[in-house]
Design a protein around this ligand. Structure first.
Ligand SMILES: [Zn+2]
Length: 154
């Protein structure tokens, strides 16, 4: 095996590691939307991500969540065949809230360095904004009012 092939193998290993974490994250996301049965999780995961989630990933993870009392299992059959539905417990809801919050701040810190900051008021400009050339420099503002305020101060 030459070096290029070795690198390819390493990248694939790394990808599968990340992907297994991603599917667990996604299972929690689906459960946070409402109670789901195991097969429903697998189906929705496939519909939304176009990726296959194996039963061997879902059920051991659900068992782990149940052991930690983050989810509870209810039999919703009402008839002959059992149909187990998993839903977040109060603790589970707190857990996913924390997880999504952390994830949100993580993605925000990934986006923010590339954002313009209004020269006048200092807010980050997420969309559009207002640009004006002042003394030969193109400056970024959140809006024309901030640009006007900035020029008054000059
Ligand atoms: Zn501004």
């Amino acid at each position: 095996m030459n070096e290029i092939q070795d690198n390819t193998v390493d990248t694939q290993d790394e990808m599968s590691g990340i992907l297994s974490d991603f599917s667990q994250f996604y299972i929690l996301l689906l459960l946070s939307e409402g109670p789901k049965h195991g097969y429903g999780l697998i189906k929705e995961f496939r519909n939304r991500t176009r990726k296959t989630l194996s039963a061997g990933t879902v059920y051991p993870f659900l068992r782990k969540l149940e052991e930690r009392e983050l989810i509870s299992k209810v039999d919703m059959s009402g008839g002959k065949r059992s149909k187990l539905v998993y839903s977040l417990t109060v603790e589970g809801r707190k857990f996913t809230d924390r997880l999504f919050q952390r994830f949100a701040s993580m993605t925000a810190s990934a986006i923010e360095p590339s954002l313009d900051v209004c020269v006048s008021c200092g807010v980050r400009i997420y969309e559009g904004g207002y640009h004006e050339e002042i003394k030969g420099q193109l400056l970024a503002f959140c809006c024309s009012h901030c640009a006007a305020a900035f020029k008054r101060q000059q």
